[in-house]
Design a protein around this ligand. Structure first.
Ligand SMILES: [Zn+2]
Length: 138
């Protein structure tokens, strides 16, 4: 088996095992929600287990969670001011995926296969209804 075919087979096998919510998030966008909606200040000089982000030792952080798949996202912001008003500049975002969310794949090909898997799953859900409807007509 060629390396590409093997990679595609592995990817399809992983997609078949994936929860429906993962397919929804992977084929659309995550549904982000802030647990308490609040920013916090991280000071790596005090919280020694934390690391600098974007070169900043002190930064603002907001943690979001996807309501569908459970992916966690931590956004870090540089705290500045503009004409006396607080201003935040995003410096980076870090993602913590739920178990089994990421699968080895190959870019564009993976996206096509992913959409195909979601398409197949959606059609598999409606097919029984259509069959019943057809039976009633005949
Ligand atoms: Zn999600």
């Amino acid at each position: 088996m060629s390396e590409l075919i093997e990679e595609v087979e592995n990817f399809l096998a992983a997609l078949a095992e994936m929860p429906g919510s993962y397919l929804e998030c992977r084929s659309m966008l995550h549904s982000w929600s802030a647990a308490d909606g609040k920013f916090t200040i991280v000071d790596t000089n005090v919280e020694t287990s934390r690391r600098r982000r974007g070169g900043e030792a002190v930064y603002a952080e907001r943690v979001l969670t996807c309501t569908r798949c459970g992916m966690e996202r931590s956004d870090a912001y540089r705290m500045t001011s503009r004409r006396g008003h607080t201003a935040l500049q995003k410096i980076d975002a870090r993602y913590t995926p739920p178990e089994g969310y990421y699968v080895k794949g190959s870019g564009k090909l993976s996206k096509d296969l992913l959409l195909g898997a979601k398409f197949d799953a959606d059609l598999a859900e409606v097919t029984p209804t259509r069959r019943r409807a057809r039976k009633r007509v005949s």
